[in-house]
Design a protein around this ligand. Sequence first.
Ligand code: GTP
Ligand code: MG
Length: 148
Amino acid sequence: MGKKIVIFGDYDSGKTTTLERLCEKAVKVEYNGVTVALDYGNITLNGEKIHLFATPGHERFRFMLEIIASGLDGAIIVVDNSRGVTAAEERIMDLLDESKIPYVVFANKQDLDDSTLEIGREVDVIPTIATEDVGLLKGLKRLLGKIS
Ligand SMILES: Nc1nc2c(ncn2[C@@H]2O[C@H](COP(=O)(O)OP(=O)(O)OP(=O)(O)O)[C@@H](O)[C@H]2O)c(=O)[nH]1
Ligand SMILES: [Mg+2]
């Protein structure tokens, strides 16, 4: 069956780009470049299939999050490093902490802002540039190392 990884993050942070770069093929449900339902792709690592789902970031599609997140093994929070962690991203990390679900943070858009991400919790932060495929596989492997 493999593992289910869900990509969260506020609107425009780079979730769809991250999934597209990590997976050979991606199915996207977008309208005018905005994810309205979800993205799906998979990647096989060490013989195991990793299923990746990216959530929509815009508030009006927030109801999709619970549906997509059911049964997840781990999560990636894609943060726009030039914007910093948003309230919505804090809420998702609170929920993951409470549920003890392993996750990592991708500090994305390092090409625009490479300052250290302020994050008041114990979590692995991986600097990424999704558009240039920088840091993505390394970050995914870091997450998989946290999942038994
Ligand atoms: N400069 C820069 N732009 C990026 C990077 N990653 C993504 N982008 C751009 O940011 C915009 C939004 O990227 P998406 O991947 O669609 O973001 P998203 O998080 O899926 O957006 P929603 O689904 O609407 O929440 C696009 O124009 C991307 O090309 C990055 O690392 N650097
Ligand atoms: Mg998207």
